[in-house]
Design a protein around this ligand. Structure first.
Ligand SMILES: CC(C)(COP(=O)(O)OP(=O)(O)OC[C@H]1O[C@@H](n2cnc3c(N)ncnc32)[C@H](O)[C@@H]1OP(=O)(O)O)[C@@H](O)C(=O)NCCC(=O)NCCS
Length: 181
C-alpha cells in the first residue's frame, strides 16, 4: 500500500530517498531526539537512509505506516509521523522540525493519522506515549482525543536512559463518539 493522506494544510506521504536532505537537518536536533524513544542523536544521512528503507520494508509487511509530514502550500518536508501495529493495537509517534512548531501542524497530522488508523486500518485502539518533561506532545495527544492510561519508564535512545512516560490511549468507541459529537 502506497497511500498518501491529506488534511486541510498537509499531505502525509510515504518517505522516499528524495526526502533525506530535508529530514537530516530537522531530525539532527537534540530537542527533537530527546523526546522520542528511538531517534538516534546525532542524526546522520545514514540514519535517514535506514529510516526510508525500513519504512518501505515494514509498510510492505503491513506492520508500520510511516509518513513524511509535508505542507501543501510549498511542499516543505516538516517532520514525520507513523503508525506501528503490535499485538492488535496501533502505536503512533511523530516529530516536527523546530522551525515548524507552534503552527498546529502536529495536531493536524496526528488527527489525520488517527482517522487513518480507525477508518482505514480498522484499529480497535490507538495509543501513544509522551515523556513527562514534554508537555507539548501531551497537549497534541489530548487535543486529538487520547486519554491518560498509565505511567511507565521507557527507554530514550538519545538520552541513553529510561524516562518516565505517560501512556495515552483512544479506543474506537470514544473515537466514533467524538466524531459524532
Ligand atoms: C511534539 C511537537 C510535535 C509539538 O509541536 P507543537 O508545535 O506544540 O504542536 P502543533 O504543531 O500541534 O502546534 C500547536 C500550537 O500551535 C498553535 N497554533 C498556531 N497556529 C495554529 C493553527 N492555525 N491551528 C492550530 N494551532 C495553531 C497552537 O495554539 C499551539 O500552541 P500552544 O501549545 O502554545 O497553544 C514538537 O514539539 C516536536 O516535534 N517535539 C519533538 C518530538 C516530540 O516530542 N514528538 C512527540 C513524541 S510523543
Amino acid at each position: 500500500m502506497c497511500q498518501s493522506l491529506e488534511s486541510e494544510r498537509l499531505l502525509l506521504r510515504p518517505p522516499g530517498r528524495r526526502d533525506i536532505p530535508a529530514i537530516v537537518p530537522l531530525a539532527n536536533d537534540y530537542d527533537v531526539a530527546k523526546n522520542l524513544a528511538k531517534m538516534p542523536h546525532p542524526y546522520s544521512a545514514q540514519d535517514a537512509e535506514w529510516f526510508v528503507a525500513n519504512s518501505e520494508e515494514k509498510r510492505a509487511a503491513g506492520t508500520d505506516f510511516a509518513f513524511v509530514i509535508t505542507r501543501k502550500a510549498d511542499d516543505a518536508v516538516m517532520g514525520c509521523i507513523g503508525l506501528h501495529l503490535n499485538d492488535g493495537t496501533f502505536e503512533f509517534g511523530y516529530w516536527l522540525g523546530k522551525p515548524y512548531w507552534k503552527s498546529g501542524y502536529a495536531t493536524e497530522a496526528a488527527r489525520r493519522l488517527v482517522a487513518f488508523a480507525f477508518d482505514d486500518m480498522q484499529a480497535d485502539t490507538v495509543w501513544a506515549g509522551w515523556f513527562h518533561d514534554n508537555p507539548r506532545s501531551g497537549n497534541v495527544l489530548h487535543k486529538v482525543g487520547l486519554e491518560a492510561s498509565r505511567f511507565e519508564p521507557r527507554h530514550c535512545l538519545a538520552r541513553g536512559m529510561d524516562i518516565g512516560c505517560n501512556i495515552t490511549i483512544l479506543r474506537r468507541e470514544a473515537y466514533v463518539g467524538r466524531r459524532a459529537a
